[in-house]
Design a protein around this ligand. Sequence first.
Ligand code: DGL
Length: 296
Amino acid sequence: MDLPSGAQPTQQPIAVIDSGVGGLSVWREVVALLPAESTVYLADQAHLPYGPRSIEEIRRFVIAITESLLGLGAKLIVVACNTASGAALTALREMFPGVPFVGMEPAVKPAVERTRSGVVGVLATPTTFQGDLYRRLADRFGKSVAIHTQTCPGLVEAIECGATDSPQTEALLKGCLAPLIGRGIDQLVLGCTHYPFASDVIATIVGSGVGIIDPAPAVARQVRRVLGTIGALAPEHDAAGHVFVTTGSPVQFAEQLTNLIGVEARATAAVWEGSSLRIGYFDFKEKQRERWHGRL
Ligand code: DGL
């Protein structure tokens, strides 16, 4: 591992984590809004999908990932996964009190503000609906409007395979969305960071009368706000470097980066050793010098 030697805290990277490629829907917004910021993206693809796992197990993974990323000097951690945020955000803030975290929660608030029918739908993983974050949202907003929840088993895996608009994915989504459409929703919250990659198909199925809410741009603004508040924004003309790390196959992850978000970059391997995570070598200075082929 080689992070910029003698770097100021402002030049240290933002870490973005997810079980897989889903967090890239957040990463691309962060990078577009904050082009001078360096990032480390970590995909725990060895444990994907998180959605059906227990809260305790996901919390263990996310705590270990956080420890590794803090070891790299991450200045802020974006938990770009609704499932992991619901399972671990409270514990992370308790365990690492000086560390700024930005998490995800289903964007129920904007949906409630925008609905005219008074019926909104939330599409997320089973564990997200079991977590504290979602329970609090449902308690807070479920009195004024009807909130209907729905899972879509297999959708995360389909997106990981790049099948964002295949006939099979369309059929899967039609089945999952039918109960929500039947209840008369006029707002649909994408409560999993993988789902925005299928938003074209989702929009076709639900029709133009239903607003689709992806919180990623708001999360990017929150990252900017938090860094500004603690005086940790990178100097405006800094050369940003981006590192992609996966606990799965780096070759496959590099392909996913290209196919999903048009970014050409190598990925680095990370290996679970018992309950701790060892991240392979990368030269951050080289990343900052690398010509950036990203299409953001
Ligand atoms: N992307 C994750 C989320 O936002 C979940 C994917 C998974 O089930 O691993 O919930």
